[in-house]
Structures are given as structure tokens and as C-alpha cells.
Design a protein around this ligand. Sequence first.
Ligand code: GTP
Ligand code: SPV
Ligand code: MN
Length: 597
Amino acid sequence: MTAIFGKDNPITSNAHMLKWVDRIVKIAKPTSVVWITGEQDQLDALRKEACELGILEKLNEEKLPGCYLHRSNPNDVARVEDRTFICTRKEENAGPTNNWMDPNEMYAKLDGILEGAMEGREMYIVPFSMGVVGSPFAKYGVEITDSIYVVLSMAIMTRMGKSVLDAIGDSKEFTRGVHSKVKLDPENRYIAHFPEDNTIISLNSGYGGNVLLGKKCLALRLASFYGRREGWLAEHMLILGIENPKGEVRYVAAAFPSACGKTNLAMLIPPTHYVKSGWKIYCVGDDIAWLRVGDDGRLWAVNPEYGFFGVAPGTNAKTNPNALETTKKNTIFTNVVKNLDDNTVWWEGLTATPPTHALNWKGEPWTAESGEKGAHPNSRFTAPAENCPCISSEFNSTKGVPISAIIFGGRRAKTAPLVYQARDWNHGVFVGSIMASETTAAKEGAVGVVRRDPMAMLPFCGYHMGDYWAHWLDMGKKIEHKPKIFNVNWFRTNDEGKFIWPGFGDNLRVLEWILTRCHDGVEAVDTPIGMMPHVGDIDIDHLDDVNDAIMKDLLTVDKELWKVEMENIKTFYEEFGDRLPQKLMDELTATEERLNK
Ligand code: GTP
Ligand code: SPV
Ligand code: MN
């Protein structure tokens, strides 16, 4: 096509796309339409416009080049799970863990909300790819939005622009995403997915996980649906490469619920004596993994994203220096503190001394003395993956990386030990299915309540969770060289409520044991819930606050707690009726028998 830039000037001749855009234009009635090419000039112009409109604030160019601050509406700061819908034609296909509405009813309702919603606004059309453009595994989408913040965030989080339109060509195979802030009305907020139509509609929100439609909406909810149909898995997992002193690089994929440590694990700094002996870490992804069986019978993982949408609070030069470094340029910060002295940003945990002359996440004058948090607990940075000092050389590989271990984990003050290994694939699927974790600020609602979050996919599985487990069990049959499956918990607390395990970089000590189990073999203790390390087999050298007694505690299975756990799981499983795979029920029974022995 011809002109690449102009308003109301389509840069594609794809008839399916033009027809769809035309329909949305007629409903939403924007003043003009801007096709996003992804060219720097265009994005720069949008940044400038966003600053003029007060959507973004430019930060200190010397200290934080290319960085901006954004504040979302205080009623709109996290994913809204109770407003998120999977609109399959049959209700039973959405399953008991998803909200459902009949697609026709939902389309009619949303068309009503979208009616005239963009009057007086510009409409942006963002072609984007989840995965490397041109890769056979990439999924293409187009997001229509009335938010410059969304356009600029998508430019960080996805591969986007004209090249994606070229890759789509005349095909009708692309995800149709419609987003409008409308009036940011929480009562009419809907994050609706139509997996059978490859469509997502998100209205009345401006917050990341609700509106960056490539991420949770496409790369997990729709992709999990397609993965089942096409024989692969879309998972809420980080992907991490670990090089040992022999120079062998092994990869693990780990599923932890939101705000439970994926970004931190994905770019950890090894303990000093590990660094000295040659251990190295490579980050492939921090949130989403697409897993496929390779020709060699191994499981291969790609990260479909292009950036990180990470939790700000708690990120600092000690806990996660790589993440901090990643946010030093071309980053958008959302809902953090603005330090007025030097026009930079701050959040709880960044430094010991809060700024004295500052605005809180709502833009109000703030000091730490007020006793209130300055940054929102779910404040985030949107940063290009290429900024990450330890980004993997395989980041842009279309083939991905072979996975040695799959690791499940959650935030459990009690019950779950530091680490245990599933007996085999099916037992591992059971271990994933019974995951539970304390809720965090990443979603609206109470924080710290233990809930079941199977495979960390409770809010992200685009179909019936029972069928999802069956698909996991099936995948096991297709993978000749299966990854071993583990469960970890960095969040056990003592009687004073303090974390017992140091966590962060020291988690590599546990990963070392995991990889040894996968590749070299080390004896393990057979417990009722799985295989566990002998106390001496996890390196605790140079850890001041950890000794053998503490390790013994961290590696204890409290049988009475676990018996109660099994009762809870039985109740949880009942929700899934006859779609609960019998194999999982068998694993439950076998675990109970081992606990009662
Ligand atoms: P999402 O982006 O919501 O998916 O979160 P995430 O899973 O990537 O979690 P992230 O790594 O951002 O960590 C969330 C919070 O947990 C932060 O406040 C971290 O400081 C804290 N955290 C991460 N790893 C550890 C750990 O090993 N131990 C402890 N105690 N806290 C941790
Ligand atoms: C999560 O909640 O798992 C996130 C943040 O990664 S969001 O993109 O909002 O879903
Ligand atoms: Mn996440």
C-alpha cells in the first residue's frame, strides 16, 4: 500500500480488516483514525501529544532517558477478574472457573457501551504480533484503541507496526481486539473474550492487564484455547536459562501466580560464590511461555512478548538489579511516586530513604511520614526486554529453548515446603492442579487470601479447567523427553511472620538442586507429596540466617496440614464434575494413602 503515515489512511488492503475497522468506526464514532506503523517518528509524535494532554509526564532525560510517568484512574489499578468473561457459545466450555455470557448477548451489550464512545477522540489501530514476526508460531492481532498509553505500551510489550500487517497479508486469521476507555466506569467495565471468533473487547478500563490485549487476553486466554485445539500449551510462566560452571545451559519454565516472583526469578543475580565459580543466568521471558513439542521429542518454549510489565514495589538494586537496570531507559512507569526534586520515580522498597518532595501515585503531595504508601502496591514498569542486562541470546529465536524442568509455585505461609519434585508427568499435572496461593494486589479484591490457582492459570485459562488438565495429561503422552516437574515455595514464614527462606538470587540454590535432579541425578527423599532434597543437598554456604535446622523445617511435610489440604482439594475438584480427569482423582487418592500410611 501507499502512504504509511496519515490519519484516516489505511496502510493495508486486507478486506477483512478494513471491513471490521469500518464497523467499529461506525459504532464508536472517533474524530479520526490513525494507523500505527511503528515508525519512531510516529511514536515520538504520540509521546509528545501524550505529554501535552497530561497522559504522560516526561521524566529526567539524563537519569531516565526516554522514560515517562503515567497515572491510571484510581478506580482502575489492577486486573478485574469479576469483570472478565469467556464468551464461548456453550456455557459449559468456559467452565466453572470463568465468568460466562452468551456471545450474542455480550456483543449486543458491548456495542451499546461502545456506541459513540470515541466521539471527540482519535482512534488508533495497532497491528501487533505475539511471537517473532514471520515465525510459524506467531499469533497476529490488531488492537483498536482510543488510548495513546495503550499504543505506546504495546510498542514496548509487543512486536508491532507495518511489518505485522505485511505478515497478515490478506488473511482473516488475526485477533480482533477492541479497546476503549469509554468513561472508565467500573460498573460497565468488561474484559470479554470470544475465543471462537478470535475476538477480544475491553471497555471502560485503562489498566495494563485489562487493556494491553496482546498479553493476558491473547497470549494466555485465547492462546490457551488455541493451544488445546492445535496441540500446544500457553502458560503463565517465566523462562530462564541457567549456565553451570561446565558451560552447560539449561532452561526451566516456572508458573507462579501474579506478583509471586516470576520477574524476579527470571532475571536473578546468582549468589557471589556461584558467580565466582561461573554460574550465569539468561532471561528468556518473565510472564508467558508458549510450549511445543519439538522434532527432537523435547518440550520447547518461546516467550511471545517483547517487553516486561513488572511489579515496581520491592524492586531494588539488591533484590532485582537486572529489572532495575531494565527500567533505566525507554520505560513507562505507572502509578509510582514522582520525586519532584530531580523528576525521577520512586516506590516502596526502591531505596531506604523516600523522597521528601514528592507526589504519590495519585499525583497528590506526599511524604512517607503520612504513613500511606506513595506508590500503588500494583504499580508497574513497562520496559523493553532488550534493556535487560541478562536477556538471553535466544530471546528472538523462533524455535525457542528446550525445557528441562517445569516449576510450579505459590505464596504459602505454611503447608508447602521449599521444594519438592513430582513422581512423574501425571503426578506433576496433579501438583500443578492443586496449586494454591495467597492473593496479591495484581487483581482487584482482598489481598492475602489463600485460593486455588491451578498452574497459576485460574484467571487466564480460556476454556474449561477440567479440559485444560486433560490437555496437560495428553501433552505428557506426546513429549518423549519430558521435563521433570517441581513445586517451590519461597514464602514460608516463621511465627513472627518473617520469610524464612532468603529468596531472590538465593533461589538459584534450589534451581541447582532441580537441575541436578533433571540431568545428573542426586538421591531424593520419598515423601507422601513427592521427592524432596536431603537437607545437605541444597547449598546454604554463605547464608547467615539459614542453617541445617532451618532447612529441615523448610523441607518438612506436615502430614496433618496436608490431610486437610487433600480434603480442600476434593471440594475444589468437585466443581469440575465429569470433566475432572480420572487420573487426577487417582493421584489424589494415592497421595491420601501415602499420607495415611
Ligand atoms: P506478575 O507480573 O504480577 O505476574 O508478578 P511476578 O510473578 O512477576 O512477581 P514479581 O517477580 O514481580 O514479584 C512480586 C513481589 O514478590 C515483589 O514485591 C517481589 O519483591 C516479591 N518477591 C519476588 N521473589 C521473591 C522471593 O524469592 N522471596 C520473597 N520473599 N519475595 C519475593
Ligand atoms: C499479572 O497480573 O499476572 C500481570 C499483570 O502480569 S497484568 O498484565 O495486569 O495481568
Ligand atoms: Mn504475570
